[in-house]
Design a protein around this ligand. Structure first.
Ligand SMILES: [Zn+2]
Length: 88
């Protein structure tokens, strides 16, 4: 790969990150969150709406909160059940 392509990809990544930050700042301005506006890049990779507490019932994964199995786990259990029935 040539140097020009690398430079182009790098500048594209920077541009995309800037756009994400810009859009999040729009939301933060609308809600009037000063802590977000003070550190714009802090929230680049996490949600603005998360409070930061992993045990918070409003922010956590609902699947974990209500103790439900994932789709993958359900499929796996069904497969095991089907295999058991086939063996008998
Ligand atoms: Zn929360």
């Amino acid at each position: 790969m040539s140097k020009d392509d690398d430079k182009l990809k790098h500048s594209k990544r920077i541009y995309q990150k800037d756009n994400v930050v810009k859009n999040k700042m729009k939301v933060a301005k609308a809600y009037g969150w000063k802590h977000v506006l003070a550190n714009p890049h802090k929230y680049l990779k996490c949600s603005l709406f998360s409070c930061g507490n992993s045990n918070c019932i409003f922010c956590m994964n609902p699947r974990k909160a209500f103790n439900e199995k994932t789709m993958q786990e359900k499929k796996f259990d069904a497969k095991i059940k089907a295999d058991k029935n086939q063996d008998e």
